[in-house]
Design a protein around this ligand. Structure first.
Ligand SMILES: [Zn+2]
Ligand SMILES: [Zn+2]
Length: 209
């Protein structure tokens, strides 16, 4: 899988374009704004986007989904099952309103831990990592791990937002991410402490763990 990182939106979200080198089919992960920039990168790569995936439903990660779907109607929007349910809660709605978003985008497909999301001849495996949000997930393909707001370079996601749990977050990272091989590349949802790391480097040097 080819992974391209783009920093988008006012919150500095790391959006990813993951593509299959053979078929040129692609997925866009966390389109948090700057949709023209994302579409331009898709065009430059000669890619065909089949899915739009949100690691979780926070507005900074999904505020561009509707605009991206309007530009690429064939792409389906995918989230974890628990996150789609979480979005339906009034508390989540109020949280969205705080960010000036009145409506959450409609989910076309929900996934659970262990499911795969095909990207051409390649595929992501879904790793459910609750803690930052109830249905937060990481995406693994070979040695590439997209961690959303669960794990950052030298940091971890906040747990003080609706649905957050510090204990769950720690458990998710320790049992589901740190069990992966040390050389696994970590691609975070924000570049606060750096834009790329490895599981081994975070196990050794992350001050929160
Ligand atoms: Zn978040
Ligand atoms: Zn975020």
């Amino acid at each position: 899988m080819k992974i391209q990182q783009l920093i988008v939106g006012s919150m500095g979200v790391c959006c990813y374009i993951a593509s299959c080198p053979v078929t040129k089919q692609a997925a866009v992960i966390d389109p948090g704004g700057d949709i023209p920039k994302i579409l331009n990168a898709v065009k430059q790569g000669g890619l065909s986007v089949r899915s739009i995936i949100a690691t979780h439903s926070h507005p900074d990660h999904i505020c561009g989904v509707a605009e991206l779907k309007a530009a690429i109607p064939a792409a389906s929007f995918i989230m974890h099952k628990d996150e789609a349910a979480f979005l339906a809660h009034p508390e989540a709605g109020r949280f969205f309103a705080m960010f000036g978003m009145d409506e959450a985008p409609v989910c076309d497909r929900t996934v659970v831990n262990g499911d795969t999301i095909a990207v051409g001849d390649e595929a992501f495996t879904v790793i459910h990592t609750p803690g930052h949000t109830p249905g937060g997930m990481c995406l693994l393909c070979g040695d590439d791990l997209l961690t959303g707001d669960t794990l950052f370079v030298q940091g971890i996601g906040r747990t003080d937002f609706p649905g957050g749990s510090f204990d769950q977050l720690m458990n998710s990272i320790q049992t589901r991410l740190f069990s992966l091989p040390d050389q696994t590349r970590v691609w975070p949802g924000h570049g606060y402490g750096g834009s790329q790391s490895t599981v081994g480097a975070e196990k050794r040097g992350n001050p929160f763990l």
